[in-house]
Design a protein around this ligand. Structure first.
Ligand code: NAG
Ligand code: NAG
Ligand code: NAG
Ligand code: NAG
Ligand code: NAG
Ligand code: NAG
Ligand code: NAG
Ligand code: NAG
Ligand code: NAG
Ligand code: NAG
Length: 387
């Protein structure tokens, strides 16, 4: 046994009486992912200043804004390697869920820290809640965020390509090669028998795309901050204030190039993610501290996720939205969907589609009050289906 391992074991004993956070082991690593994909060359204004960021948002928000088809100038072949900054956490002791790997995909304007909130983690960290239930969990910075590659924001960071990356990461988890090039860890390759995908917002959309294209890659899906609602699309992007990322905060975002925008302030983050009843100021401040830029092409390319249907997905899908989600439902999700309609339009082969509205909550569940209760709803759904 290496000395690092001995120290870890020692720490474990020392920490035994402490909170859940102490009973996990995590490893940060980089996955180089080679993608060959066909993106689209979308017409949109360039963003190289704060003034252009506002012009760009108006171009996507006015009543006569061009749709994705009208913006499309034709295919763009992509053949590139992207470095994905990933993190795997596993329970320190083997559990009866060690064979079920959760893969979590956060929404735009976040990186993987969305899942591991550091303010009151015992209430808000989805990672710690999953570990406490016995699940290993993998998360990663999507391209164009965090410590992953920051490719061209117009041509490369598009939804279809992001589904391809998610599919490859999922395949590596399935075929036992996730950690094959990681030398600095004592954590064993997870080798799951089942994979559960967990999403937030655009991350849920990417998972819905994965289920459409590769229905055999997932055993169950928990899609939060996502609701095919009759109010979808009613709140345009210009409702929220955006700056050009490297000008907004050169120290944090100086490495981001043309076409990367960022939500400007706590005020606008409050509008996007919170409701009056679910807001604790410390969580809003933390959201501002970890916010990430967004590549502009994401706003034209979401339809690509569903472009190449493959083997039908036959597992269960739990769709979870905050009751008062502004982004998805223009502020109230009640009465804006039916489970049968979502099943028919989005997951026709699914064994079960269940929608749950988390009371009093907005678009982001982990940073809202009562987050631990919604995590319990998610785990109890999985347990209903044997996961
Ligand atoms: C292991 O290496 C990765 C980069 O390859 C680094 O990000 C991580 O911090 C390292 N972990 C440890 C425990 O040294
Ligand atoms: C995208 O389309 C525009 C307009 O036709 C063209 O000027 C530009 O060169 C194209 N970009 C690429 C990378 O093909
Ligand atoms: C949006 O931007 C494109 C590219 O700059 C431009 O051709 C188009 O006219 C703009 N449309 C609107 C409605 O602003
Ligand atoms: C986009 O606009 C064109 C022209 O107005 C229209 O024919 C087409 O149906 C629209 N596509 C979508 C997906 O709304
Ligand atoms: C799995 O382990 C948990 C916690 O130890 C226990 O409560 C649960 O009954 C176990 N489930 C099965 C199916 O063995
Ligand atoms: C990915 O990481 C490798 C090794 O650190 C580096 O050589 C390469 O330039 C990186 N690629 C990108 C696109 O960041
Ligand atoms: C595992 O999956 C990855 C991603 O699809 C693939 O590149 C790799 O060749 C596979 N490895 C094995 C051993 O099957
Ligand atoms: C299911 O979807 C199809 C095609 O999208 C539509 O024609 C049909 O009316 C839908 N059925 C129900 C019951 O919603
Ligand atoms: C889906 O599962 C829930 C329990 O989680 C159950 O109440 C519901 O009846 C199931 N629906 C279908 C169509 O099987
Ligand atoms: C907290 O969430 C749980 C699970 O959704 C719900 O039953 C409960 O009513 C919520 N409590 C409040 C105060 O909203």
């Amino acid at each position: 046994m290496s000395s690092t391992r001995l120290i870890q074991v020692g720490l474990l004993f020392a920490a035994k009486a402490m909170a859940v956070a102490a009973s996990k082991q995590c490893v940060d690593f980089v996955l180089p992912i080679h993608v060959m994909a066909t993106n689209n060359n979308y017409t949109m204004p360039r963003v190289d200043s704060n003034i252009e960021a506002v012009q760009w948002a108006l171009n996507f928000s006015v009543w006569n804004a061009p749709n994705a088809t009208e913006r499309d100038n034709g295919p763009l072949p992509i053949n590139d390697i992207f470095n994905i900054s990933a993190k795997l956490c596993v329970p320190s002791v083997k559990t009866n869920k060690s064979n079920i790997l959760q893969i979590a995909v956060q929404g735009n304007a976040w990186d993987k820290r969305y899942w591991d909130v550091q303010v009151e983690p015992e209430e808000h960290s989805y990672v710690d809640a999953a570990i406490a239930k016995g699940y290993p969990i993998l998360m990663f910075d999507r391209i164009g965020t965090g410590k992953s590659s920051l490719p061209n924001a117009y041509y490369e960071v598009q939804a279809g390509l992001e589904v391809d990356i998610l599919a490859q990461i999922t395949a590596m988890a399935s075929n036992g090669t996730l950690l094959s090039s990681v030398s600095n860890t004592t954590i064993a390759e997870p080798n799951p028998t089942h994979i559960v995908h967990v999403g937030h917002s655009f991350g849920s959309l990417l998972i819905a795309g994965l289920l459409t294209q590769h229905g055999d890659m997932s055993s169950a899906a928990l899609l939060t901050g996502f609701l095919p609602s009759t109010h979808q699309g009613e709140v345009p992007v210009a409702t929220f204030e955006h700056d050009f990322a490297p000008v907004h905060d050169p120290a944090r975002f100086g490495q981001f190039g043309s076409g990367y925008i960022v939500l400007t302030s706590e005020n606008t983050l409050q509008k996007v993610y919170f409701t009056e009843d679910s807001l604790e100021p410390a969580l809003l401040t933390w959201t501002e501290a970890v916010k990430q830029p967004e590549a502009v092409a994401l706003y034209a390319s979401s339809g690509q996720a569903f472009a190449n249907p493959g083997p039908a997905y036959g597992g269960p899908v739990q769709v979870i939205a905050g009751e008062f989600d502004y982004v998805n439902c223009n502020g109230d999700c009640k009465g804006s969907y039916t489970e049968a309609g979502i099943k028919n339009s989005t997951f026709p082969g699914a064994s079960n589609v269940t929608v749950y509205l988390q009371p009093n909550t907005g678009h982001a569940l982990t940073v809202a009050k009562n987050a631990s209760a919604v995590f319990e709803m998610m785990f109890s759904y999985l347990e209903d289906f044997g996961f």
